[in-house]
Design a binder for this molecule. Structure first.
Ligand code: NAD
Length: 483
């Protein structure tokens, strides 16, 4: 059993009297003990972050950029170690774990290249108004278990770059790699600027209620996002909520099926389908429906599913037992639907751990749980349509609104349709990925606010209008006029 992981509080490593087990999803067995932070530790972390804030905010953007850059290089130097631990706690193939770290560093660099400058709104006969971006104070960041490093790094980067300090809590399912980030951060930032503590859901709730935290940057499920918002109301904290999605991809009849099939497959099954913006509803025109289904099934047949350290594995397990049970429950419900065909997969793999065979489901419609809910696992419903406008209407008929895509060899036609998707990101002949200069977030119940890009940085700041109005003298009152 691995031990010795520590929180980062006020620049120092610290354990807790209590700990919880971290399970390797490829075996279903505990492999490490993680310290379980107390409320008192949270209070100290928040106090340290508050104390560090005034000096940190007075550093220049250039100084903060340099420190974050050096932090990123130190993370890069420990890629192999972090990736090994990431595969063990999260389950993803080792090469994908390395890529997650690399992508988080690309995003860090992109955030540091983004400009957020004060602007002069006007300087004219009415006076001068300057808009200044003022840091909020202490950011409370809460992350989920699907891509822990890819989500923690930009929250640290955006918070610090804009002059805030941070208290970050990873998911209790995947806390260890994020604690390693804290270990590295201790060497690179003044004490209190970065605090990272592992804890359960209650710990997250304490953060959302805490008087010393000014904003919550939350990534996770819609249900928890609503709890976060309700709880943050008590102190009128700012919130950014990056929540779930049930993304639709709409494939028109003029695509090159062989060319698009692998792209669609990996945008659905990458990270075992556990990506907020993965394709979770695939709408396919009836003319190419059977051909595309066959191409997807053929790809599924060539993909090796297994433990992330096995050679050639491309799809790992579902990350935790709760999610595994949920996906199996959705599959059981799907099998009860009349007329629905399971083209491949459909069951758990007969081995230890939380493995589910990549599953493609045909002849399924809205009104079933698999289509209407976010499965967050390696299961893809393929839905038939005959009219593109109807497909758009059906794609939009949901409370989710994270992302979506339209696929066609006629780009102009795809763009016209994509512009009708009620989503934060609408792709054309592409699906998946975040670019650090492009604001990312959801419509409807998929979230509030944006991360990345200048818009994302604005959500880590408050706007102060510094105004010197020039008020023209009033014309002299006419004799006898009432005042
Ligand atoms: P979750 O909501 O269960 O947990 C997320 C985090 O919230 C964890 O750290 C958890 O400990 C914490 N938490 C739980 N209850 C809390 C409470 N009451 N107050 C404060 N914090 C609390 O989500 P999950 O199952 O870990 O992650 C999967 C979900 O995340 C999916 O819905 C997925 O789509 C979504 N997600 C969204 C994005 C995005 O950018 N939009 C990215 C990745 C994942």
């Amino acid at each position: 059993m691995r031990q010795g992981f520590t929180h980062t509080i006020a620049g120092k490593g610290e354990g807790s009297a209590a700990s919880f087990e971290v399970i390797n999803p490829a075996t279903g067995e505990a492999f490490a003990l993680c310290p379980d932070a107390t409320r008192e530790q949270l209070d100290r972390a928040v106090a340290a972050a508050r104390q560090a804030f005034p000096a940190w905010r007075r550093t220049t953007q250039e100084q903060r950029r340099e420190m974050l850059r050096a932090f990123g290089e130190a993370v890069r130097a420990r890629t192999d170690e972090i990736a090994e631990l990431l595969t063990r706690e999260q389950g993803k193939p080792l090469q994908r774990a390395k890529e997650e770290i690399q992508r988080s560093l690309v995003n860090l660099a992109g955030i540091l290249a983004t400009k957020l400058e004060n602007e002069v709104l006007r300087d004219d006969a009415r006076g001068r108004v300057e808009l200044q971006h003022h840091p909020l104070g202490v950011i409370g960041a809460i992350t989920p278990w699907n891509v822990p490093i890819l989500l923690a790094m930009p929250k640290i980067a955006q918070a610090l770059y804009t002059g805030n300090t941070i208290v970050l809590k990873p998911s209790p399912y995947t806390p260890l790699t994020t604690l390693l980030l804290g270990e590295i951060a201790r060497e690179h930032f003044p004490p209190g600027v970065v605090n990272i503590l592992a804890g359960g859901n209650d710990f997250g709730r304490w953060m959302t209620e805490h008087l010393g935290i000014d904003k919550i940057s939350f990534t996770g499920s819609v249900a928890t996002g609503k709890r976060v918002m309700a709880s943050a109301a008590g102190t009128l904290k700012r919130v950014t909520l990056e929540l779930g999605g049930n993304d639709a991809a709409i494939v028109l009849d003029d695509v090159d099926v062989k060319a698009v099939a692998p792209k669609l497959f990996w945008a659905s099954f990458g990270n075992s389908g556990q990506i907020c913006q993965a394709i979770k509803r695939l709408y396919v025109h009836e003319k190419i429906y059977d051909e595309l289904c066959a191409a997807l099934v053929a790809i599924a047949g060539t993909v090796k599913v297994g433990e992330g350290f096995e050679e050639g594995v491309l799809i790992g397990p579902v990350q935790n037992k709760m999610q595994y049970d949920r996906v199996l429950e959705l599959l059981a419900d799907t099998k009860r639907q009349p007329g629905v065909r399971i083209l491949c997969g459909g069951d758990a793999l007969p081995r230890p751990g939380y493995f589910i065979a990549p599953t493609i489901v045909a002849d399924i419609r809205e009104g079933t749980r698999l289509v209407d809910e976010e499965p967050f696992g390696p299961v893809l419903p393929v839905i038939r349509f005959s009219d593109a406008d109807d497909a758009i209407r059906r794609a939009n008929d949901t409370r989710f609104g994270l992302a979506g895509s339209v696929w066609s060899s006629d780009e102009a036609r795809a763009k016209t349709l994509a512009e009708q998707l009620e989503v934060g990101t609408a792709w054309i002949n592409h699906h998946l990925g975040v670019e650090p200069d492009v604001p990312f977030g959801g419509f409807k119940e998929s979230g509030i606010g944006r991360e990345y890009g200048a818009d994302g940085l604005k959500h880590y700041s408050e706007i102060r209008a510094v105004s010197r109005p020039i008020i023209p003298p009033r014309p002299a009152a006419a004799p006898g006029a009432k005042p």
